[in-house]
Design a protein around this ligand. Sequence first.
Ligand SMILES: NC(=O)c1ccc[n+]([C@@H]2O[C@H](COP(=O)([O-])OP(=O)(O)OC[C@H]3O[C@@H](n4cnc5c(N)ncnc54)[C@H](OP(=O)(O)O)[C@@H]3O)[C@@H](O)[C@H]2O)c1
Length: 256
Amino acid sequence: MAELEGRIAIITGASAGIGEATARTLSASGARVVLNARRKEKLDELVKEFGGPTKAVSVPGDAADRELIERMFAEAGSRFGAAPDLVVVNAGRGLGGSVVTSDDSKWEEMVRLNLVGAARLIRAAAVRMTEGFDPKSWQNTSRDIVVLGSTVGRHISPFSSMYGASKFGVNSLAEAARRELGPKGVRVTLVEPGIVVSEFQAGAGYDEAWFAQMAEKYGPLLQPADIAETIRYIVSQPARIHINDVVIRATRQEYP
Ligand SMILES: NC(=O)c1ccc[n+]([C@@H]2O[C@H](COP(=O)([O-])OP(=O)(O)OC[C@H]3O[C@@H](n4cnc5c(N)ncnc54)[C@H](OP(=O)(O)O)[C@@H]3O)[C@@H](O)[C@H]2O)c1
């Protein structure tokens, strides 16, 4: 039997990068998946790749939107006949520059997606996963909320101050949720990657020459599949074991 057979996962930001790689890895490990991002065509291609409507469903839209979040849980129920027991809170965007130099027209959108959207999804998952908690039988079913933080949500970086501030918020949110939900058998895990090569760099507006220098200095850099494999390992542990936090960097990345 595949390792994650029987599990139902929601993955936001699944059309690219870490979310796409995580969807691929969880699906290959036997989980049925609900895929969210704004690009519907990309999600529909993945649904086909994963074996069609009995294995995967796409719920396109804005991951920070309340109604969209409700729809992801509803789709999981109607397609797969059960509630999700694994939620990957991944959709997010970067923003290069400091509090002085970053594009302040992007601040609200970034904080809304990275922090408010993450909080809404954690809450929606938490309410469902703790419903009917039974102190005698909880170990029979693993329940996971995996949250994507960042090394700049743990170590202050003057180079991406506003993005880092949003991820410090995510870090705090995830740990608070772990303390609240762990006693009810839900594992809230914070995964904090260093630099991962994805669409993230273009979305954050990083200067290409600067990023090439970073790649030269710290490379080989992490790939999305490296993070996906870490997530698979975390959620495959027996329900009684919780790897709380993982910081994962390219070996030569000393900071942040
Ligand atoms: N790459 C890194 O160096 C790095 C390091 C540390 C942490 N992280 C974190 O890891 C997560 C994933 O990053 P990544 O590297 O995979 O970035 P990415 O390649 O840019 O992918 C971001 C994903 O989020 C989706 N997305 C963006 N805005 C959305 C919205 N409003 N609603 C729903 N989906 C949305 C994008 O798809 P659509 O455009 O189709 O919506 C895409 O699928 C983020 O939380 C990021 O902060 C990344």
